[in-house]
Each structure stands twice: as C-alpha cells, then as structure tokens.
Design a protein around this ligand. Structure first.
Ligand SMILES: [Zn+2]
Length: 151
C-alpha cells in the first residue's frame, strides 16, 4: 500500500518517511489508523445489515401466551373454582388471548415477508419463532375448546 502525502497528495512508497515530491514528513501511523477504522466501520455496518431486528410482535405474542396459560388457565381457573364459579369462564377468556397470540404470529410473518421484499437481509429466527408460536397457541386453543365442550 502506497502512502499518500497529506501536503501535496502524491503517492509515495510504503516505507517512505518524507515525501519524494514535496519533502514534507509523511504521517504513516495516521494513514494506517484511517484504513483500520474504515475497515472496522464496514464490518459493523455489515453486521447490522445482517441482523435486521424483528418487529417484536411475536415477543408480545409470547407474553400474551404465558399470561393466558399461567394467569388465566391456571390461576384464574383455580380462583373461580374457589368461589364456586365454573372455570370455563377462564378458558373462554384465555381462548380470546390465544387467538390474539396467533394474530401476533401472523403479523410477524407478514412483517418478515415485507422486509424480505424490500431486499433487507432478515434472519430466519423471528420467522421460525412466529411459526412455533402460532402452532403452540393453536394447540392450547384446541385443548381449551375441547375442555370447555367436554365438561
Ligand atoms: Zn508531498
């Protein structure tokens, strides 16, 4: 790599200390540092480009899922039983939440395909997560419905 003179802008050989054209001192370290930091920036930019953040909608879905599973299907159902109210009420309410979870998963998938269409490099993580979430929510929703119908 040749060294560019800061004074006259002409190129000099690698190990030159003074410019062969104008005689001013060449700042070797400054040039090297500049090149290094430029490379570093490119690397960071590449990493950022590779990891387009997920919309976070599927994370919201996961929170709703656990609120429904632990808060409604478990705790509220137990509480209702204590007061002599059918725990079915809790299952009805949580069923609505599971539908919301499925909705969150679908929104994440839409967001994913939209980003892909725009040419962004999206990791598959959020996409796979959304699919798993939809299957999980549908499974518990199905279990809920059968329990409500059976009893
Ligand atoms: Zn020079």
């Amino acid at each position: 790599m040749a060294i560019e003179c800061r004074n006259c802008g002409k190129m000099n050989v690698d190990d030159a200390v003074f410019c062969a054209h104008c005689g001013s001192k060449l700042s070797v370290n400054a040039n090297k540092k500049k090149a290094k930091s430029k490379k570093g920036n490119e690397k960071v930019e590449q990493e950022v480009a590779n990891e387009v953040p997920s919309s976070g909608i599927s994370m919201l879905g996961l929170i709703i899922f656990f609120v429904a599973l632990i808060g409604f299907d478990t705790l509220l159902a137990m509480l209702l039983n204590q007061f002599g109210i059918s725990h079915k009420v809790a299952f009805y309410l949580s069923s609505v939440l599971y539908v919301l979870v499925v909705g969150c998963g679908i929104l994440e998938l839409i967001d994913y395909s939209y980003k892909k269409k725009k040419g962004l490099e999206v990791t598959n993580k959020a996409n796979n997560f959304a699919v798993a979430e939809i299957i999980m929510a549908l499974f518990v929703l199905f279990a809920n419905i059968t329990q409500v119908l059976m009893k």
